[in-house]
Write a protein that binds this ligand. Structure first.
Ligand code: IPE
Ligand code: IPE
Ligand code: MG
Length: 240
C-alpha cells in the first residue's frame, strides 16, 4: 500500500477542544502544541518524507491580540523545547510564510533552527506560520515580475514551472495527502496551488486529540485512493 511522501495538515479545533472542557482557548492551544510531537514522530515512523503543518494563517492576525500573543509565544517556546530532540532524530525544520511581521529576535531563532537542522534527512518538517496560499502566489508573482524587470526572464516564458519554482514549497514535491482536523471541510487559504492533486481527508477529531493512530488511519485511507491526475485508470487506459 502506498504511503504519502508529503502530508500537509491544517491543525484545527484547539479552541473548541478547550471550550468543551470549560477551559480558556489558550489551554487548547497548549494541548495542540503538545500534540505536534507525537504526529512528527509518527510521521517519521511511517516513512513520510515531508510533513507540512499549518500553525498560523495570514488571517489569524484578526483574532484578539491576546490570542495572537499566546499563539506566537507558544510557537517560539515549542521550537525552543523541541529543537534538540528533533535534531537528534534527524528532523530538518523549515518555515514558510511572511516573516516580516515577526520580531527580529523570533526571526533570528527561526533562521537558527533552520540552519542547525539543514543537513538532517529523516523527515522534512515544514511549519507554515503567517502563511496564506494567496500570499504565496502573490510573492511568487512579484518575484517573477522582478526577474522580468531584471531581464533574467522573458514574460512569454512564464509557465507552471517558473511560477511553481518561486512558491514557498518549491523544493518539495506537492502534498500527496491533505488532512484537516476539527470537522470543517474547507482549505482556509492553505496551500492553494500545491493542493491541486492532493487527496483530501477531513477528520472530525479536534487537533489536540489527533494522535499517531489517527494519522495512521488517514494514511491507510490514502492507500486506498486511486490517483488519476486527469488520466484514465491504468487498466482502462490499456484496454483501448
Ligand atoms: C487551530 O485551532 C489553531 C489556529 C488556527 C492557530 P483554532 O484556534 O482555530 O480552534 P477552533 O477552530 O476555534 O476550535
Ligand atoms: C486554519 O484554521 C488555520 C490554522 C489551523 C493555522 P482557522 O480556524 O483559522 O480557519 P477558519 O477560520 O475556520 O476557516
Ligand atoms: Mg479554527
Amino acid at each position: 500500500m502506498s504511503v504519502p511522501d508529503h502530508v500537509a495538515i491544517i491543525m484545527d479545533g484547539n479552541g473548541r477542544w478547550a471550550s468543551r472542557r470549560g477551559m480558556p482557548r489558550a489551554a487548547g492551544h497548549r494541548s495542540g502544541a503538545q500534540a505536534v510531537r507525537a504526529i512528527v514522530e509518527s510521521a517519521r515512523e511511517q516513512s513520510v518524507k515531508t510533513l507540512t503543518l499549518f500553525a498560523f494563517s495570514s488571517e489569524n492576525w484578526q483574532r484578539p491580540k491576546t490570542e495572537v500573543r499566546v499563539l506566537l509565544d507558544l510557537f517560539r517556546r515549542t521550537i525552543r523545547r523541541e529543537i534538540d530532540s528533533m535534531n537528534e532524530s534527524g528532523v530538518r525544520l523549515s518555515f514558510i510564510g511572511e516573516r516580516a511581521h515577526f520580531s527580529e529576535a523570533l526571526r533570528h531563532e527561526m533562521a537558527q533552527a533552520e540552519m542547525r537542522t539543514r543537513d538532517n534527512a529523516a523527515l522534512n518538517l515544514v511549519i507554515a506560520i503567517d502563511y496564506g496560499g494567496r500570499w504565496d502566489l502573490v510573492q511568487a508573482a512579484r518575484r517573477l515580475a522582478c526577474a522580468c524587470r531584471d531581464n533574467q526572464l522573458d514574460p512569454d516564458e512564464i509557465d507552471e514551472h517558473s511560477l511553481g519554482a518561486r512558491l514557498a514549497l518549491a523544493e518539495f514535491p506537492a502534498p500527496d495527502l491533505f488532512i484537516r482536523t476539527g470537522g470543517e471541510r474547507r482549505v482556509s487559504n492553505f496551500l492553494l496551488w500545491d493542493l491541486a492533486y492532493s487527496e483530501l481527508y477531513f477528520s472530525d477529531e479536534l487537533w489536540p486529540d489527533f494522535d499517531g493512530n489517527s494519522l495512521a488511519c488517514a494514511i491507510d485511507w490514502f492507500g486506498q485512493r486511486q490517483r488519476r491526475f486527469g488520466r484514465l485508470p491504468q487498466a482502462a487506459a490499456t484496454g483501448l
